[in-house]
Design a protein around this ligand. Structure first.
Ligand code: HEM
Length: 400
């Protein structure tokens, strides 16, 4: 086979992503950042690393984050924009998520320094450009060079001090001078504590922490902008429901999931076959052949998502067990670590809003809507032309 096989249709795409004979292949264009990080590993190496890091993403931690940490970060990030009465939603999305990502990755910051946080955000943006190099419209060698330089800066300014603090803590715990509960719960600590067991060298650890920093920041930030745009357009043509979006968090979560369904972070997932076999579509693939899973199309499979699947419709009823956001967080061995944190619980029997976890995206939108966020009639949004992914580089809004 010469051309890559393309898979679409929700169920076929789902099964293909779960097929362990297919290895990840979309994120290897920027090895300086992505070589052997969780997302690009396959087989036992991936299983071992994932199990190691997964311990951080237990339910209690996600809940603690959503309830205790995120509201404080959100308030602090939002306040200056409320005073101004306007903001760029792309910039805001990055700023509100970078603290969360840095905590998860294990990067310490000076809590009072806005400049330092902005520097970290620009570093993570460059890492994101590297991670998604496959879809870049820029000169790829130039981007690789910039990512390499940014990684050096990141190590000097952020990683090394965070690393030293954690190594000192780990020694204290080992020598029983401190209880284990004093260790931070983050990727860097887990990797340093297990580096021998998992054969992790310094460069590998640096790449993994940098990868995490960008993974937790930019997909959520881009999703936030898409979701706002969909809600804004829909509310204008359905003014009778505008209030419901603001007052009913379950309905708002439906809007958020509907926005996620229509806008997966990447429109496609690429895999490479590790052996000859026949795809569910009947197409034969050989060892090393590429397989493209069309997430965008599969998320608009009429047999699952109902009529007019290309349209935003928060009243949409989904058939069977498919989640309302479709394949946007992936499935199978590479399922997104941030799915429950960003997307929240899937509505079931628990309809008590005080006990239900709506996810950071719904909570964010809820807060922005309560502050009367609206599109800026004088400043239209600008598309990001540095990538073929459907993102905005700027999305001005008015608030307050
Ligand atoms: C709306 C927000 C997000 C979206 C749409 C999203 C989407 C995805 C997708 C589609 C994958 C799988 C890629 C593939 O199979 O090829 C993935 C993997 C991953 N995501 Fe997310 N993500 C989001 C937020 C987050 C957050 C907040 C975190 C951190 C807590 C995160 C961490 C990860 C990690 C570590 C992986 C790699 C998992 C593995 O390879 O085993 N993501 N994400």
């Amino acid at each position: 086979m010469t051309d890559a096989a393309t898979v679409d249709g929700y169920q076929r795409a789902f099964d293909t992503l779960c097929d362990k004979r297919l290895a990840q292949s979309m994120y290897s264009e920027c090895d300086v950042l992505m070589q052997d990080v969780l997302l690009t590993l396959h087989g036992d190496d991936h299983t071992g690393r994932r199990a190691l890091e997964m311990q951080l993403f237990k339910r209690d931690f996600i809940r603690y984050y959503e309830r205790e940490v995120y509201p404080i970060t959100l308030k602090a990030t939002l306040n200056p924009y409320l005073m101004e009465g306007r903001m760029d939603l792309v910039e805001f999305g990055g700023r509100v998520n970078i603290n969360l990502s840095a905590d998860l990755a294990g990067i310490d910051r000076d809590a009072g320094s806005a400049d330092e946080l902005d520097l970290l955000l620009s570093v993570s943006k460059k890492f994101s450009e590297g991670a998604t190099l496959f879809h870049s419209t820029r000169n790829k060698d130039e981007v690789r060079l910039e990512v390499g330089q940014t990684l050096s800066l990141f190590k000097e300014k952020f990683l090394t001090p965070s690393w030293k603090r954690r190594e000192a803590l780990l020694s204290s715990v080992k020598e029983k001078r401190e209880p284990e509960s004093n260790l931070p719960r983050d990727v860097l600590t887990v990797l340093l504590a297990n580096r021998d067991k998992h054969d992790l060298d310094d460069e590998m650890i640096a790449r993994e922490v940098a990868f995490f920093l960008q993974a937790a920041t930019h997909s959520s930030a881009n999703a936030l902008v898409h979701i706002f745009n969909e809600i804004d357009v829909w509310s204008k043509s359905h003014p009778e429901h505008a209030d419901k979006i603001k007052t009913d968090p379950f309905f708002l979560q439906r809007c958020v999931h509907e926005g996620l369904r229509l806008h997966p972070a990447s429109p496609v997932a690429w895999r490479t076959s590790t052996c000859p076999f026949r795809l569910l579509s009947g197409m034969q693939v050989d060892d090393g052949d590429s397989v493209i899973v069309d997430l965008q199309k599969s998320n608009q499979d009429e047999s699952i998502f109902g009529p007019n699947p290309e349209q935003f419709d928060p009243y949409r009823e989904v058939v069977g067990k498919a989640p309302s956001f479709g394949l946007t967080f992936g499935v199978g061995v590479h399922t997104c670590f941030g799915r429950d944190l960003a997307g929240g619980s899937l509505p079931g029997r628990n309809l008590d809003p005080d006990k239900y976890y709506f996810g950071t995206l719904t909570n964010l939108m809820r807060s922005l809507l309560s502050h009367n966020i609206r599109s800026d009639p004088d400043n239209p949004p600008v598309t990001d032309t540095t990538t073929v992914r459907n993102n905005w580089s700027s999305y001005p809004v008015l608030i307050g």
